[in-house]
Ligand binder design. Structure first.
Ligand SMILES: CC(C)(COP(=O)(O)OP(=O)(O)OC[C@H]1O[C@@H](n2cnc3c(N)ncnc32)[C@H](O)[C@@H]1OP(=O)(O)O)[C@@H](O)C(=O)NCCC(=O)NCCS
Length: 159
């Protein structure tokens, strides 16, 4: 249902428009507005240890982003966002499934994701793909003076 494509300079408009819309960030992560020049500077740069993809429909419409960051222990931590008009249609689940399969096929053994327990859509996506909750962090994130807990989820390749 979706394709993952590495971000490039042609995605600056998408990131500028949605990156400056707090609904895209959602209620469980800090909203960090971005300028055009920051994007133009950052997009073409090498990003060692970071896999950063735009989520596109088969028709080529940009509907979100997904990132995987290499951790010290060789696992990857993933994060994702879907634009509000495309939510609730399985886009994120499909993107996470695709990325997990790609990472496992590349030799990665373990993938983790952290979500607020209040973030039901994100938690549901992880459950559906087969992640399991392994750690509960009290006061994991200070969101403008409000502390949010975090649940660490992991998925490991089957031996
Ligand atoms: C989290 C997010 C990426 C999910 O994207 P999405 O494309 O809508 O996700 P999907 O459609 O693949 O799956 C969502 C699932 O959550 C379920 N869901 C949605 N709202 C829910 C709620 N309030 N309670 C329980 N389940 C809920 C949906 O029914 C669906 O599950 P189902 O397929 O079993 O019906 C999107 O909500 C988003 O971008 N949020 C803001 C950014 C964010 O929170 N990122 C994650 C940070 S950890």
């Amino acid at each position: 249902m979706v394709n993952l494509r590495p971000f490039d300079s042609g995605d600056a408009d998408f990131l500028y428009i949605w990156g400056n819309n707090p609904e895209y960030t959602g209620r469980y992560e800090p909203f960090e507005p971005v300028t055009r020049s920051e994007l133009d500077d950052w997009l073409p740069r090498e990003k060692p240890g970071i896999l950063w993809y735009v989520i596109e429909t088969r028709g080529g419409e940009k509907v979100g982003q997904i990132v995987a960051r290499l951790q010290d222990d060789g696992s990857y931590q993933i994060g994702y966002r879907v634009i509000p008009p495309a939510r609730g249609r399985g886009v994120c689940s499909d993107a996470v499934r695709t990325l997990v399969c790609h990472l496992f096929a590349s030799g990665v053994q373990r993938i983790v994701a952290e979500a607020s327990p209040k973030n039901k859509p994100s938690t549901r996506v992880l459950e559906k793909i087969g992640f399991r909750a392994i750690d509960y962090k009290k006061k994991a994130l200070d969101l403008n003076g409000v502390w949010l807990d975090g649940v660490v989820h992991e998925i490991k390749i089957r031996p």
